[in-house]
Design a protein around this ligand. Structure first.
Ligand SMILES: NC(=O)c1ccc[n+]([C@@H]2O[C@H](COP(=O)([O-])OP(=O)(O)OC[C@H]3O[C@@H](n4cnc5c(N)ncnc54)[C@H](O)[C@@H]3O)[C@@H](O)[C@H]2O)c1
Length: 259
C-alpha cells in the first residue's frame, strides 16, 4: 500500500488554518507540492505564527505557494487552480474552505443563508469544476470535498450548515458518477468535532461544559485533531485509495454511527 503523493500537485482551499493547513502539510510530507488558496495567509490558530507555506518549506522537501482566494467567487478559484500550473498542474483538489455558525431557523435572513451557501456549497461546486476541467485535459486526478457529520444527519440550530454540507455530499456522489470515466475520483470527508478555530471560536464547543458533556457521545473520548482528517485525505489522494470513489469517509471518533 502506497500513501506516497510524489509528482502530485494539490490545491487546498482554506489551507491557511485548521484542517486545510494540516492537509497541506501532510500532502507535502508525502511528496506533493501545494497551492494554498485562502482569504488570508496567516493562520486563524492564535498559537500558530508561521504560514502554511513556511511550515512546508521548513518541514518538508516540497514547495507551497499562497494564492489569495475567496472560493465564493469562481474566477478566484479558477485562478488558484491555474496557479498549480507552476508545479505541473493540479492532480488533487481539496475543497476544504468553509464557514460555520449556529442560528435560529425562523430568524435566518436571505443574506445569512446566501453567504454560507456561497462559501460551503458554491465554493465546492466551482472549485471541483475548475479542477475537473484541468484534470480531464491532463492525466486525471482526485477531488476531495470537506463535508461534515452535519452532512450526514440533521442537527437543530444548524439548518443552513447542514443544508450546505448535505449538498456537498450529494454533489460528491454526482461528480464521481460523471467524472469517474474520465479518470477523476471524487470523495467526501465528514469530520466530527475537530479542534480548530471553528470549534473553539466560531461555535465554541471545545473547552465548554456543554462540549465536555457532548464528548461522552464520542466513543474515542477525545476531540479530533486536524491531523486525523489530513491522514484520511492522504489516503484518498494516494494510490492506496485508487478504487475508492463516490465515497463518504467519516472521521468522527465513532460518534455518528453509535448515537
Ligand atoms: N472543525 C470541525 O470540527 C469541522 C467539522 C466538520 C467539518 N469541518 C469542515 O472542515 C473545513 C475546514 O474547517 P476548519 O475547522 O479547518 O476551519 P478553520 O476556520 O479553522 O479554517 C478555515 C479556513 O478557511 C478559510 N476560508 C474561510 N472562508 C473562505 C473563503 N470564502 N475562501 C477561501 N478561504 C476561506 C479561512 O480563512 C481559514 O483559513 C470546513 O469546510 C468545515 O466546514 C470542520
Amino acid at each position: 500500500m502506497s500513501l506516497a503523493l510524489e509528482d502530485q500537485t494539490a490545491v487546498v482551499t482554506g489551507g491557511s488554518s485548521g484542517i486545510g493547513r494540516a492537509i497541506s502539510v501532510a500532502f507535502a510530507a508525502e511528496g506533493a507540492d501545494v497551492v494554498v488558496a485562502d482569504l488570508q495567509e496567516e493562520s486563524r490558530d492564535p498559537d500558530e505564527h508561521r504560514t502554511t507555506a513556511a511550515v512546508v518549506a521548513e518541514e518538508t522537501d516540497q514547495s507551497a505557494r499562497f494564492v489569495k482566494c475567496d472560493v465564493s467567487d469562481p474566477d478566484q478559484t479558477r485562478a488558484a487552480v491555474e496557479a498549480a500550473e507552476a508545479f505541473g498542474g493540479v492532480t488533487c483538489m481539496v475543497n476544504n474552505a468553509g464557514i460555520f455558525h449556529g442560528e435560529e431557523f425562523t430568524e435566518v435572513t436571505e443574506d445569512q443563508f446566501q453567504t454560507l451557501i456561497d462559501v460551503n456549497l458554491k465554493g465546492t461546486f466551482f472549485g471541483a469544476q475548475a479542477a475537473a476541467s484541468a484534470m480531464i485535459d491532463g492525466d486525471g486526478g482526485t477531488i476531495i470535498n470537506l463535508s461534515s457529520v452535519a452532512g450526514l444527519r440533521g442537527s437543530a440550530g444548524y439548518a443552513t450548515y447542514c443544508a450546505s454540507k448535505g449538498g456537498v455530499r450529494l454533489l460528491t456522489y454526482s461528480l464521481a458518477a460523471e467524472l469517474g470515466p474520465q479518470g477523476v475520483r471524487v470523495n467526501a470527508i465528514h469530520p466530527g468535532i475537530i479542534d480548530t478555530a471553528m470549534t473553539t471560536e466560531d461555535v465554541p464547543i471545545i473547552g465548554t461544559d456543554a462540549g465536555d458533556e457532548y464528548m461522552q457521545a464520542v466513543p474515542s473520548r477525545r476531540w479530533g485533531d486536524p491531523g486525523d482528517v489530513a491522514d484520511a485525505a492522504v489516503y484518498l489522494a494516494s494510490d492506496a485509495g485508487d478504487y475508492v470513489n463516490g465515497e463518504s469517509l467519516t472521521v468522527d471518533g465513532g460518534m455518528t454511527n453509535t448515537t
